[in-house]
Design a protein around this ligand. Structure first.
Ligand code: WT7
Length: 654
């Protein structure tokens, strides 16, 4: 990466300081913020020890705060023990047993309110069911479920007994599910007959059956939650209905105390190779990041209704649905379905009905809803909303301003939160009662988070608006511990530069004259489609697995709604279709990729060529392909191309 390549053109000068009505009642005020920053810079380790002691309940208090003797395999609070589910549930019962923990709304409009007492009972009962099926501390359990409370119950039940869950997003295909089950050697699969989404049934159980038919030798039991109640086959001896599994189980289950470093979960995410990485998080450090950011960034207070729209299949749904709000003793809202059912006012209707006060979603959703005009949100009473959040990709200032004006009615702070699956929790984000926001910037790192922008040599870039690598220069509790089963890939992926001293986030960024961070995009071959990460190699591997495809190259191109769209160049076995067009095959390949990975990975464009442009060393010239996909002038040196005619083909001109 050359540095001029990541210099930025975008300069956005508007500033929005928090209104005093917000600041007056915010958890963190200016003085608190100053004190926290001072503490973190005076005594970094002491700062984190204090947070961990005050925000979490420990069964055995820790003395070792940070162990960096085997860096970059860091340990936090290693001699302490705790239980994550105890911290999310039991510890609130004395004061909040009857408080609503989860408000659920199904796509068809059914609703449920679940109190802390009820949730504790359900989690305990299901944990007992897991134990009855032989699940023990350290066993891996894959969860493939719709957005219903039972998904959270399943996750919390695993945490209660020290089992390691790996949630697979319900939009991933049977193939993807099987790969994840096998990579983790999971003993159990928890699913549902289906979920309601977009007015249709998502056939989760049949995807599980297909995955298992392809070979998942480690799976001993499948538990199936009844949601849609349509007919599905159950395999005798292997499959058990959730309601049968909990029958006769006690609703008391003593939490299993685990070491702070005990893995809480794996979550697979894309990287620069074709194989997703099982990001491994530790119990204590992760939960600390989750609860702290819910309190500080989302200012979660006792009477708030907190709605994070992310699916539990993504890290956002782990930290800001399944764990953080509960650890903070808050009330969260969970919605099963699509934002457009029965119409695109659904989100706003839910906000009105349930008096949502904190709303957290992705720029892609904001842009899609913005396109439909102001009338939809204006039809609803959004006066309960006091704080807005965004995550997943840089938000364009236009969408930010719409969010601010039309949804926030110009009085709600917007927290633009930069973080990753790997960081477990928000890293760079405004504290809403303190920091003035700027449309498109995630502002400044949280207290205790040491983020920097550095050049090729690892030197901090002090010049305003000059782009560089976004790095984290000190270990932090909620960071990933490793990639499941692949310590070497962990080291090579995240610590490859700067003598292994800094965590390399994989994003480029710049800082403006006020020290605000502006994320500029990925530096690796990772696409961001609707806020979801997809490796170009993953899509390429899926394409070449098709019998008619010889070679494929995939790049991203900007898309108004999705952020990035997928553009695939394909070389077929045999001859290129006339004029490079074959609509039948294009349809087939798109569906094929959908089956291999999931619908989000379907290429938006496919262009057929005789060859791919490569350098002499055989590397695909991606920048050139990107230029073409974006309809831009070709800026790369094409002199190494063997066959100049290929350019016309790639451009779709011959
Ligand atoms: C990548 C991480 C963390 C939950 C959602 C995505 C991009 C994330 C922002 C933001 C600009 C952002 C980065 C990052 N990203 N949040 N507020 N502004 N970019 O999780 O799939 O692990 O992806 O998403 O490129 O590296 P993920």
């Amino acid at each position: 990466m050359s540095s001029n390549n990541i210099d930025s053109a975008l300069i956005e000068n508007r500033q929005f300081p928090p209104a005093s009505e917000f600041t007056d009642r915010a958890r963190i005020k200016q003085a608190d913020f100053d004190r926290l920053h001072q503490q973190a810079s005076d005594d970094y380790v002491g700062f984190w020890a204090e947070q961990a002691r005050s925000m979490l309940d420990w069964q055995t208090p820790f003395n070792d705060v940070l162990d960096d003797s085997k860096a970059p395999h860091f340990k936090w609070f290693a001699d302490g023990t705790l239980n994550v589910s105890y911290n999310c549930l039991d510890r609130h019962l004395a004061s909040k047993a009857d408080k609503t923990a989860i408000i659920f709304e199904g796509e068809k409009g059914d609703t449920r309110h679940i109190t802390y007492q009820q949730l504790t009972d359900e989690v305990s009962q299901f944990a007992n069911a897991l134990k009855a099926k032989g699940i023990e501390k350290g066993d891996r359990v894959v969860i493939y479920m719709p957005m219903i409370p039972e998904a959270v119950v399943a996750m919390q039940a695993c945490a209660r007994i020290g089992a390691i869950h790996s949630v697979v997003f319900g939009g991933f295909s049977a193939e993807s599910l099987r790969d994840r089950i096998n990579d983790a050697s999971a003993k159990m699969l928890i699913t549902a007959d289906g979920g309601n989404r977009g007015g249709k049934i998502v056939e989760l159980k049949s995807a599980c059956d297909k995955a298992m038919a392809g070979g998942c030798p480690s799976i001993e039991h499948v538990i199936v939650c009844q949601r849609t109640q349509h007919d599905i086959p159950m395999q005798e001896g292997r499959d058990t209905w959730w309601h049968d599994a909990i029958k006769g189980q006690s609703s008391e289950c003593a939490p299993v105390w685990v070491e702070s470093e005990h893995p809480l979960f794996l979550l697979y995410t894309s990287g620069s190779t074709g194989k997703p990485k099982g990001i491994q998080h530790a119990s204590g450090g992760y939960l600390l990041g989750a609860v702290m950011t819910n309190l500080w960034v989302f200012d979660l207070q006792d009477n708030d209704i907190f709605w994070c729209t992310a699916d539990v299949g993504w890290i956002t749904g782990h930290t800001y649905v399944a764990y953080g709000p509960l650890a903070a003793g808050g009330t969260l809202l969970m919605y099963e379905g699509a934002p457009t059912v029965p119409d695109a006012g659904r989100f706003w209707r839910i906000c009105e009905t349930h008096r949502v006060s904190i709303f957290y979603t992705a720029p892609t959703a904001i842009r899609a809803l913005m396109k439909l005009g102001d009338d939809l949100p204006n039809n609803y009473d959004l006066s309960s909303i006091r704080l807005l959040g965004t995550v997943g990709e840089p938000i364009n200032p236009e969408a930010w301003m719409w969010y601010h004006k039309v949804i926030g009615r110009e009085h709600c702070p917007i927290v633009d939160t930069w973080w990753q699956t790997e960081t477990g929790a928000n890293m760079i984000a405004p504290l809403p009662g303190v920091i003035a926001t700027k449309p498109g910037s995630c502002t400044i790192p949280l207290p205790g988070i040491a983020a920097d922008v550095v050049d090729e040599n690892g030197n901090s870039i002090t010049e305003a608006n000059k782009g560089g690598y976004l790095v984290i220069t000190k270990p932090f509790p909620s960071m990933l511990r490793t990639i499941w089963g692949d310590d070497q890939r962990y080291v090579e992926t995240y610590w490859p530069k700067f003598d292994g001293k800094y965590y390399l986030a994989g994003d480029s960024a710049r800082r403006d004259a006020d020290g605000y961070f502006w994320i500029m995009g990925r530096i690796d071959d990772v696409l961001n489609v609707s806020g979801h990460r997809l490796g170009t190699m993953e899509v390429e591997s899926a394409l070449v697995a098709h019998e008619r495809v010889a070679e494929a190259a995939v790049v991203g191109r900007p898309d108004d709604i999705k952020g990035e769209a997928i553009f695939a160049y394909v070389v077929l076995r045999g001859t290129r279709p006339p004029d490079g067009i074959d609509e039948e095959l294009t349809k087939e390949l798109r569906n094929w990729v959908g089956e291999q990975i999931g619908p989000i990975a379907k290429p938006d464009n496919i262009r057929y060529a005789d060859n791919l442009p490569k350098t002499r060393s055989g590397k695909i010239m991606r920048r050139l392909l990107r230029n073409i996909a974006c309809g831009e002038d070709i800026t790369s040196d094409t002199s190494t191309l063997e066959n100049e005619d290929i350019l016309l083909q790639l451009q779709g001109k011959s």
